[in-house]
Design a protein around this ligand. Structure first.
Ligand code: DQA
Length: 148
């Protein structure tokens, strides 16, 4: 089963959006990095992005049925969405890794808390887009460990 890569609001603008914070790589670059990383480990990815909270929730429900794990950058919804947390909490036993390109703990106070972190098996922040590669590798490792 593929690993679902979910990116939240405004991440479709990566590359042009505050490059001093988020760098110059685009969302397409990130999705290609995830696919390359997964393939190295014999896995595949299913990458999606939405600016809509409800659509992200529908995709989490889908992942629950048909995916090996979830890598999610909930973007601003990290800091606001109990609904995203609740959706992830229904994904019992499925690896969930949360990614933030920037180091949210170094930024404004309102970015320091993430609802999604209450469920995430791991959180990667401040590693730039490389964090997505780490997250994919971690999902692969957790899936492998669960099968042993
Ligand atoms: C982000 C950090 C969030 O605070 C912000 O709202 C984003 C991106 C990151 O990847 O660093 O949109 O999740």
């Amino acid at each position: 089963a593929p690993i679902m890569i979910l990116n939240g609001p405004n991440l479709n603008l990566l590359g042009r959006r505050q490059p001093e914070i988020y760098g110059t790589d685009t969302l397409a670059d990130i999705e290609a990095l995830c696919e390359r990383t997964a393939r190295t480990h014999g896995a595949t990815c299913d990458a999606r992005q939405s600016n809509h909270e409800g659509r992200l929730i529908d995709w989490i429900h889908e992942a629950r049925e048909s995916h090996a794990g979830i890598v999610i950058n909930p973007a601003a919804y990290s800091h606001t969405s109990v609904a995203l947390l609740d959706a992830l909490n229904v994904c019992d036993g499925m690896p969930v890794i949360e990614v933030h390109i920037s180091n949210i703990h170094q930024r404004e106070e309102f970015r320091h808390h993430s609802y999604v972190s209450h469920r995430a098996d791991g959180v990667i922040a401040g590693c730039g887009v490389q964090g997505y590669a780490f997250a994919v590798e971690r999902v692969v490792a957790l899936v492998k460990a669960a099968g042993e």
